[in-house]
Design a protein around this ligand. Structure first.
Ligand code: HEM
Length: 295
């Protein structure tokens, strides 16, 4: 349903830099491509995109701050984001229009005969902005950043584009951009790998370590685009597994397919040393690459 529009948008963005032979792929492609798509599916005005990105960054990636400062910054930005989300909800209610987007669904969904309250809706909107706006951007940066420095694997995908969906899964397993989940609290005592956990203990689940578990993955530190049965946890596991994983998979596949259709090869720009942010979601701050356009 979304694929054609996403492909078109990818092509338009590529049109904007294809003649240059070099680009900061993060700024010109990995950020605007999924963010534009997200705003359309979500149903918020496009003018809010920069504000959402800024608030989301403050909440997830307040770098260079102490833990205490981060906590304060995160809460303040979360409050500012909620204020704007509540305004958007009010605007939508005042307009009285139903559109084909998530905000309409949040407003009209019924659960056991109950509609969501405005507080519930603002909370769900907040969750989607934090969970859905940044993650695909970060993942495109991680995937293309890895391919830009691994010519043999890159060539494998140019030779056989049908491998791209498998490459996406394998690189998501290997890199786990959402490396750690939100905290959970044990509801009962139990033991895991010889460690005893007591009811009420807080647990941080490291999806990236699960994805490198040699008991599950043969040779886990090797990237193998033909790996069979790649049941990774890059989109988490269990009750709070990612709600957007199908959309994310589509976007990652199409983002790489479209870029590979328009170039014959690419690599990191000479001297470039992309710095990866680790706070919240792993992503390169910038991704300067050079490429040869397909004629
Ligand atoms: C490549 C992109 C994505 C990755 C790697 C990813 C990964 C994850 C992970 C690991 C979690 C669980 C976090 C935890 O353990 O606490 C999660 C939750 C979630 N994701 Fe995603 N996500 C992606 C894209 C998206 C998109 C595009 C959307 C929405 C449009 C989305 C919506 C959500 C929501 C709503 C949750 C919370 C589910 C819950 O708490 O029950 N995600 N995601």
């Amino acid at each position: 349903m979304y694929e054609e529009g996403f492909r078109r948008l990818a092509d338009e963005l590529i049109d904007g830099f294809i003649a240059d032979g070099e680009v900061d792929l993060q700024t010109r492609y990995a950020i605007p491509l999924p963010a534009t798509m997200f705003m359309q599916i979500f149903g918020a005005p496009m003018e809010d995109l920069q504000f959402f990105i800024e608030m989301k960054d403050n909440i997830l990636k307040a770098e260079g701050l102490t833990l205490e400062e981060r906590e304060i910054e995160g809460r303040l930005s979360g409050d500012r984001l909620r204020v704007r989300l509540r305004e958007i909800l009010g605007e939508r209610r005042a307009a009285g229009t139903h559109q084909d987007d998530l905000i309409t669904k949040f407003m009209t969904w019924e659960l056991d005969g109950h509609r969501f309250s405005d507080d519930d809706i603002v909370n769900v909107m907040h969750l989607f902005v934090i969970a859905g706006l940044d993650t695909v951007t970060s993942s495109i940066g991680c995937l293309v950043g890895w391919l830009a420095t691994h010519p043999v694997h890159r060539q494998q995908l140019f030779d056989d584009p049908a491998l791209i969906p498998h490459a996406v899964e394998e690189l998501m397993r290997y890199q786990s951009p959402v490396n750690v989940g939100g905290p959970r609290w044990a509801t009962e005592d139990f033991e895991v790998n010889g460690v005893s956990v007591k009811q009420g203990d807080m647990l941080l689940l490291g999806w990236w370590t699960a994805n490198l578990d040699p008991a599950v993955f043969t040779d886990p530190l090797t990237v193998d685009f033909t790996r069979e049965a790649n049941r990774h946890a890059a989109y988490a596991a269990g009750r709070h597994r990612c709600l957007g994983s199908h959309l994310a998979r589509l976007e990652l596949r199409v983002a790489i397919e479209q870029f590979h259709r328009r170039v014959t090869d690419y690599s990191l720009a000479p001297g470039a040393d992309p710095q990866y942010k680790w706070e919240g979601v792993r992503a390169p701050a910038t991704l300067p690459i050079v490429f040869s356009a397909r004629q």
